[in-house]
Ligand binder design. Structure first.
Ligand SMILES: *Cc1c(COP(=O)(O)O)cnc(C)c1O
Length: 527
């Protein structure tokens, strides 16, 4: 647009058909205008019917279809046909080829992962946030949404007893929140220790080679992933052993600090876990806060799973000390029952966001900051971002704090009850007392009088085969993990509509399957 306009341009008469004509699809394929709005209502109603029909006509947590069959079938679907068909036909295809082979997260046999049935109020909120399509990267793309997100973040900070001045942002989940926490920890530490501004100058040789972060051997892999992404390398993560309850061993932690310091390393952060993915175990947060304070380190608490305890008066004491953490990751799409994705990152001292500051002339110029205009893009590692904060807002308002707390408390009680069942069953072995709602256990084959007891490797194979077969039959979706090098099974209980009787059925299915498999030579003898 710069430069001289030629005399020819200036003198050109306007073309007769200068106004572009909207494509005919625009009338009914987009919201807005009576046609678009009616088409929206119709499409949403059809989608809802297809979903409810799919739930009503399916049994069990999964149809059991294997990945090869799904690849073959889905390979036949057109992705970008030249001409569209009706939404009705397309939704039919989705119902037959996708919904029918989706995991049914609300089924009581779906007990594998931190993968929750979403609340109905949150699903209603999803409709509003996608329908309005607000984008959280600037105030002029999301005015009320930006201010409401700030408000929801404040309320979350209150839940964790953070002081005034705390801040935070919604994230896609624990991975992003842990990354954000460690990014700020790294840059904060480098500023203090090396007088270095990592945002502009980069890491520098000393930080790149000597920064270390400590977490337990039960911490989530995203601590290592973040270290990689932050240019520190996974070797910068020092894994500290856990005690019998799968919590970080404090003595081992102290000696690890001494060793690292003697070697001239720079431990800059402790990543504590409040709710390990496998065991739900919660590290001793207050003791870790003491260590972080003594050594002037950053304490990041990965409360992706256990953060939900903060909503319950009864469970909150489990998180004692979390208010002293420099930052917290909490997931709403796990024990808080929100549809994916929905997480939050909370920062005790909001001023430390200065390490992420970013102003773009087109988005959030500095003069807006001076005027106090919400600037969420400077709190996030993302630019365009969904208004996911609306989901917990609608859920908490619809169900009330106690309504949500009841659900969280119930699934934790259910875990204790099912652990008792496992203890009482000679065919099963409990690997760890549940702390939250995850229960790790094993099938224990009967000693066969002819061949003696099965070797550990064969017991492992039986346990793995139990999980594989129950999935392939679509009967139960169990999780698998390893405990001290041996195969184990896991129930992660998130569904407040599941009963103990449902879980007795699950255990019975495990034992039946185990009994059949332990005499199956193909399974126990396979290499
Ligand atoms: C789930 C989980 C994560 C990863 O979070 P996403 O929401 O999957 O990105 C990190 N830490 C813990 C303890 C988790 O349970």
């Amino acid at each position: 647009m710069t430069g001289q306009r030629s005399a020819v341009d200036r003198d050109r008469p306007p073309a007769a058909d200068a106004d572009p004509t909207p494509p005919p699809t625009a009338a009914t394929a987009f919201l807005g205008g009576p046609d678009g709005n009616a088409a929206y209502a119709d499409a949403i109603e059809r989608a809802r019917d297809v979903l409810l029909e799919s739930f009503a006509t399916s049994a069990g947590p999964y149809a059991g279809t294997d990945h090869e069959t799904l690849r073959e079938r889905i390979a036949d679907l057109q992705v970008v046909p030249d001409d569209g068909s009706s939404i009705e036909d397309t939704l039919e295809t989705v119902a037959d080829d996708v919904l029918a082979d989706s995991v049914r997260v609300h089924d009581p046999g779906c007990v594998a992962h931190l993968h929750c049935p979403p609340t109905v109020p949150a699903l209603a909120a999803e409709l509003l946030l996608s329908g309005t399509n607000q984008s959280m990267d600037s105030f002029d793309q999301a005015p009320a949404a930006s201010v409401l997100e700030e408000r929801v973040v404040d309320a979350c900070c209150d839940l964790f007893d953070y002081p005034t001045g705390a801040d935070g942002v919604f994230t896609g989940g624990g991975t992003e929140s842990n990354f954000l926490g460690l990014l700020l920890a790294r840059d904060w530490y480098c500023e203090r220790r090396f007088d270095r501004d990592v945002q502009t100058e980069g890491l520098g040789p000393e930080a790149a080679s000597d920064l270390r972060l400590l977490c337990s051997d039960a911490a989530h892999f995203t601590a290592e992933q973040a270290a990689h992404h932050l240019g520190l390398g996974e070797d910068a993560v020092v894994s500290v052993p856990t005690d019998d309850d799968r919590r970080i061993d404090l003595e081992a932690l102290d000696s690890t600090f001494e060793r690292l310091e003697a070697d001239g390393r720079h431990p800059f952060a402790i990543v504590a876990t409040a709710g390990t993915t496998d065991f739900g175990s919660i590290d001793p947060l207050a003791a870790l806060a003491d260590r972080a304070a003594d050594r002037d380190l950053w304490l990041h608490v990965d409360a992706a799973y256990g953060g939900a305890c903060a909503i319950s008066d009864r469970l909150r004491p489990k998180l004692e000390g979390i208010d002293r953490a420099d930052s917290i990751a909490v997931d709403f799409h796990k024990l808080f029952y929100q549809p994916i994705g929905c997480g939050a990152f909370l920062l005790r001292d909001g001023d430390r966001y200065r390490h992420l500051e970013r102003n773009a002339a087109y988005l959030n110029p500095e003069r807006d900051d001076a005027a106090g205009v919400p600037n969420l893009v400077s709190k996030s590692t993302r630019t365009t971002r969904r208004f996911d904060a609306l989901k917990p807002f609608v859920t908490f308002n619809a169900l009330g704090r106690t309504g949500v707390a009841d659900c969280v408390e119930y699934v934790c009680e259910l875990a204790d009850a099912v652990a008792d069942e496992i203890r009482a069953d000679p065919a099963l072995e409990l690997c760890c007392d549940p702390e939250l709602s995850a229960v790790v256990f094993r099938y224990r084959p009967e000693t066969d009088s002819e061949s003696g007891s099965l070797p550990t490797a064969a017991v492992d194979r039986v346990n793995r085969a139990i999980r594989d077969e129950l999935l392939a039959d679509g009967e139960v979706i169990l999780a698998r993990t390893e405990v001290d090098g041996t195969a184990a099974l896991k129930l992660t209980l998130l569904n407040p509509k599941t009963t103990l009787s449902d879980l007795r059925d699950v255990l019975e299915a495990v034992v039946d399957r185990g009994e059949a498999l332990e005499t199956d030579r193909e399974v126990i003898d396979s290499a």
